[in-house]
Each structure stands twice: as structure tokens, then as C-alpha cells.
Design a binder for this molecule. Structure first.
Ligand SMILES: [Zn+2]
Length: 101
């Protein structure tokens, strides 16, 4: 088996939870604010491998601000399943894909 790696693509999942907690400080009061990305706190249709905008909100200050994260997704062939070498494709070009259809 082999894997062909594509560049940034969107994941067609409306409620995408992450096993990550993001922590930032409120720009007004400097209090720590967290994003858990679990349960009702999710990212919609995230892109892989490119900056993804996330928002923080400080309730006492009623201030919202944005930061960026990069979600990286890794899939490997399980040990013992190696075959032909895996390859990386050139950067994703949606225009090229439309022309091919
Ligand atoms: Zn604040």
C-alpha cells in the first residue's frame, strides 16, 4: 500500500473537535482565556496545513480577538504494510482540478 499526500484541503466536518487547548491573554485585562475545542467548542470545516482563524472572547471585558493556528494531519502506513514509496503531490490548485472535470 502507498499513500499520496495532498496539500491543504478542507475537511468536510461542521463540528470538528481538536485534542488541543488554546490559551491566550485578553488584550485588555491580560486574563488567560482558553479554547478547548471539545463538545460545543469546535472548528467548522477546517483547512489542513494553512493558517486557520480562531477567536477568543473575554467575558468580563466583552472583548473578542482572533489568532491563527495551523492544523496538521498525519496519516502513515502501518508497520508491515509498506509497499511502494509514498509521494507528496504538488500544491493543491483548485483551478487545475476544475479544468480536469
Ligand atoms: Zn479581559
Amino acid at each position: 500500500m502507498r499513500l499520496i499526500q495532498h496539500d491543504a484541503r478542507h475537511i468536510a466536518v461542521k463540528r470538528f473537535n481538536l485534542p488541543v487547548t488554546a490559551v491566550d491573554n485578553c488584550p485588555k485585562c491580560a486574563a488567560e482565556v482558553t479554547r478547548e475545542f471539545q463538545g460545543d467548542d469546535y472548528i467548522s470545516y477546517p483547512a489542513i496545513g494553512v493558517p486557520e482563524r480562531i477567536y477568543f472572547y473575554c467575558e468580563p471585558c466583552a472583548v473578542e480577538w482572533e489568532r491563527h493556528i495551523v492544523i496538521q494531519f498525519s496519516v502513515t502506513v502501518a508497520p508491515g504494510e509498506e509497499g511502494t514509496p509514498s509521494v507528496a503531490l504538488p500544491p493543491y490548485d483548485p483551478d487545475a482540478e476544475e479544468e480536469a472535470e
